[in-house]
Design a protein around this ligand. Sequence first.
Ligand SMILES: Cc1cc2nc3c(=O)[nH]c(=O)nc-3n(C[C@H](O)[C@H](O)[C@H](O)COP(=O)(O)OP(=O)(O)OC[C@H]3O[C@@H](n4cnc5c(N)ncnc54)[C@H](O)[C@@H]3O)c2cc1C
Length: 453
Amino acid sequence: MRVAIIGGGIAGLAAAQALGQARPDLEIVVLEGSDRIGGKLLLGSVGGITVDLGAESILARRPEGTDLIDAVGLSDRLVHPATTSAGIWTHGAVRPMPPTVMGIPSDLDALEKSGIIADRPQSLSIPRPPTDVAVADFIAERVGSDIVDRLVEPLLGGVYAGHASALSLDAAAPQIAALGDDLLAGATRARAAAVESGPVFAGLVGGIGRLPEAVAAASGAEIRTNATVREMTRTDDGWKLVVGPTTAVEVIDVDAVIVAAPAPAASRLLSDAAPEAAFALAAIECASMAVVTFAMPGSAFPKAPEGSGFLVPPVDGKSIKAVTYSSNKWEWVGKESGEETVVLRCSIGRAKETALLQRDDAGLIDLALADLREAVGLTGDPIDAVVTRWGGGLPQYTVGHLDRVATIDAGIAAVPGLEVCGAAYRGVGIPAVIASAQGAAERLLVDFGKMGL
Ligand SMILES: Cc1cc2nc3c(=O)[nH]c(=O)nc-3n(C[C@H](O)[C@H](O)[C@H](O)COP(=O)(O)OP(=O)(O)OC[C@H]3O[C@@H](n4cnc5c(N)ncnc54)[C@H](O)[C@@H]3O)c2cc1C
């Protein structure tokens, strides 16, 4: 039995690992279009220090990420952030971010003290509508639009590079939907319960970008890079894949396929085999963004950077949307960079805001530096700066997303020997993506079982 997995991001690799572990007899090939595996997980060097240039942490409150780290032998590298205190740059200063549940404040005294919101918010208890709704509409009606603009929006910008006015409450912010009709009371309750459940985030010494290679090795799969899948066609007993550059096309026959490519590529590939799923996938827009990673001399800061970084509400019209002080957040980065150097990263770009990203790398570096000067009084030049562009990097879970996913699921379920997984469906965070991959692998194994294979 031969299974092809299209896409060598963490979804494709986790699917390969799940299949390989359950059925070592399967012949598994991962076909990755680019020249490297890992997708949004990527290590690179800035100022001679190896750091993550893409995803850099995982949610530790759900098990799939940390369990996979354990399963592939990296648990001795598992760490938690050295600091989780973050700021919001608004009203002319970086202010301490009060505790929140995805932006819904759970400590109104801390919120008032921070100066982020002009007036202490009041909570209106309003039952949720029966259908999906935009995050901004839902929250503004209950606790006011200032909370949306200065707390929820920057947090959603960080996770989805999206806008609260377009993102779906049910798909992008289910933790807010779960707070009940009175959001402020719900947030206070949720936070009290969460304090006891341990650290929220985790990372790997040496970078989360180490995970893909380890998962690939543990999977036992054949990993092929520079292997873009151009077409997939159903045959009498499996699938025919057309792979590789147009000048050297190769045809690969397999018994089953897991499509682990982002929504636009998955939509193109599935247009014949599962047209309704392909149509629904085509409706999932993706936001582009860039990460500018700096090695800065410590002396460039008028005072040592505090906490893990800060978020920037779009309402304030700045270019950057978030700053992470990597050498504060991760002890291993701090050790690598030493006391004289600060490693930090700035994210730029939200859905439908592509103008900023049309600048060349030097232009993006300048934009980030200008904001850093204004926000924290930075002076001088960086030791090094690396721009990493993530075109179409984050799928947008807009209102109605879960209905689209249900259509995709139904379309895929109707085709034997076909599964999909990845960030386009039920969560963009790494643990959610791993869960989606493991679900796809499990369903395929059930299919094989039914067919006696
Ligand atoms: C800048 C950035 C920072 C992030 N930070 C975090 C974070 O800190 N924590 C977190 O949990 N999440 C983070 N995320 C989200 C998370 O990293 C991603 O949602 C997740 O890694 C997506 O994994 P994936 O395998 O679904 O997709 P991808 O990583 O996009 O992998 C898909 C792969 O498919 C390949 N492919 C596409 N088309 C084809 C084809 N036709 N044939 C063959 N191969 C193909 C691509 O080259 C790619 O390698 C971040 C995302 C971005 C963009």
